[in-house]
Design a protein around this ligand. Sequence first.
Ligand code: ADP
Ligand code: ZN
Length: 733
Amino acid sequence: MKDDSPELFAAPKSRLVPVLVPMPAPVPYSYAVPEGMAVEPGSIVQVPLGPRQVIGVVWDGPEGGEVDPRKLRPIEKVFDCPPIDKDMRSFLDWVAGYTLSPPGLVARMALRAPAALDPDPMVEGLRFSGTVPERMTSARRKVLDLAGDGLSWTKSGLAHASGVSASVIDGLAAQGVFETVFLPPPPLVAKPDADYAQARLEGPQKQAAEDILEGIRSGGFSVALIDGVTGSGKTEVYFEAIAETIRQGRQVLILLPEIALTANFLERFHDRFGSKPAEWHSDLATRTREKVWRQAATGEVRVVAGARSALFLPFEDLGLIIVDEEHDPAFKQEDRVFYNARDMAVVRARIGDFPVVLVSATPSVESQVNCLAGRYRRIHLPTRFAGAALPDLHLVDMRRHPPERGGFLSPVLLKAVGKTVERGEQALLFLNRRGYAPLTLCRVCGHRFQCPQCSSWLVEHRFRGQIQCHQCGYAEPTPQACPECGTLDHLVACGPGVERIAEEVERHFPDARTLVLSSDLGGVKRLRLELEAIADGEADIVIGTQLVAKGHNFPLMTLVGIVDADIGLANGDPRAAERTFQLLSQVTGRAGRTGRKSHGLIQTFQPQHPVMQALVSGDAAAFYEREIAERERAGLPPFGRLVSIIVSADTRGEAETHARQLRHSAPSMDGVAILGPAEAPLALIRGRHRFRLLVHGRRSSDMQAFVRTMLERGPKERRSIHVQVDVDPQSFL
Ligand code: ADP
Ligand code: ZN
């Protein structure tokens, strides 16, 4: 760096360190370490950035470096919390490189709880001072029996433990019996006890647990896939792995796709380990999130059960990750940093050199292929625990058993629902569509209600009296008249959503208690309550979206009806068949989990489709074999690689031009080809026009290098244009 200003040459040399700031910058920035400040790689610091103060992490890399001394600014402060350790820093770098995301944005995911960076204030407590009270009562005696040994207590803790009221403690304190002490804040959750209530594993469970424990005892990185039908006892088996890791004194992370709703899971964990795991998901109160973050970092929290973002918690000593429902699409984040938490969990375990256990009743094709190739160990649980039968599944051919006019439920399904309710059992009708109807149109002029800023129809929600866009959230009151031709009261709802199915059910079963369960009908608290109510038998007929599919245990549920099994099959997604099979297996698996005889009825217009055949035959293996062979033939994941690039802009022309220029900037690489650009199926979202490019390569291709070169050589990104890169895309809209 050239600078002739003499006083700058004279400035004292300060130590420079790279700091990763939570910004889309490609590299860390250099900051000066003020005299007397101690930092190391991983230290969490506050630094000035432009006019703001931001939180960053001291990163690895050469210290010093050339910086314009006029721009050089000092680190403001080092937080009093454990530094982000080497493994976590390597992990964050790896994720950034793989997903082609700026490292600063990835690091930001690990720093999501800023107020947690300083320790919680100490809490006031008391300790026996040696002074005995003038007058002894039996209540006072109880207190002194406990506190007399000189250990510290909180006031409420001591009152509670000795079974007296707080005023007894106050009275003693007033006489100088206690001195004030300051205690560290209590941990968020008690430490789990590995041997609290061990289940007696039976049959194939026993072998499965032994297999897993072997991996855990021998230590080091390994991947196991527990593949077992719903209700086979997979959870009990991986609880053994957790217990062993707790005994080893290391921390455990359990990733669950819908953790906010699985109160049931937390209770089961409590029954087994005597305390709940710490929860981590977006519905937690900010204070709680901060505590979980800090106590995972300090090691006070031993087990976290969380949504995908829990993978970025800075554990003190992580020793095991469980990914339950590993096939679930909810593990994929499609926002800012596009990553699949299942895959990144394996990476984190490899970097940390510890085991990871994937769990599913319907494992992803990717994981199955990894087992076949010997990279993952498959642990199979073929039958339900304690001989409970899987539901008896049948297809309802909708061409032969059509519903009555205006309805969506075939007479076959209605009859089965009636019988179930008569027996005092529960029926679940599953339809993965929120609202009343997915499309509204005017009977007179044919006008269709479309979102003004997205290429999607407005969905009628009758409970709310609105039509809504499921892409952007735009909503307006359901109109009475057509905005196009002005005709009153001639709007028709096309197709069913759960609210409409509920209406049909109520028409047929006016005396039954029906309940609609859908994510737009209330917050997490309300949903949790409703799920509990269902488990307690407070509803006869439940109509639900995929929310009901996940991990719940409904003892009375003996019938599951799939309203429209074909819904997900025709959307151009290479995983459409796999996804449909997984979702429908999971939903029908809700039935009969406690041993009652149970049924599943699947309404379809394509009874010959391989997915439908696989569901009713129970021959998952044959389905997967075919699916895997097809992927291999087409070179689709996991046999080939995909990267999706979406260019969006304010105008269609700009988006298309930019996408074309990007394509022309692509390097040539053996085995890598680009499809598109083509207008995305969702051509417009929030007023932005979208074009897609799909890069297709071999399993061995360096897709990241290809795309990086393409982006570097490509046109400069202007303000109005946004380019989104999705490595291993799950969504093709
Ligand atoms: P999965 O996770 O495969 O769906 P679960 O672990 O939930 O299966 O087991 C299904 C049911 O069987 C649960 O109610 C569970 O408590 C019970 N169960 C499984 N294994 C045992 C066991 N070894 N002892 C007692 N109950 C068990
Ligand atoms: Zn919209």
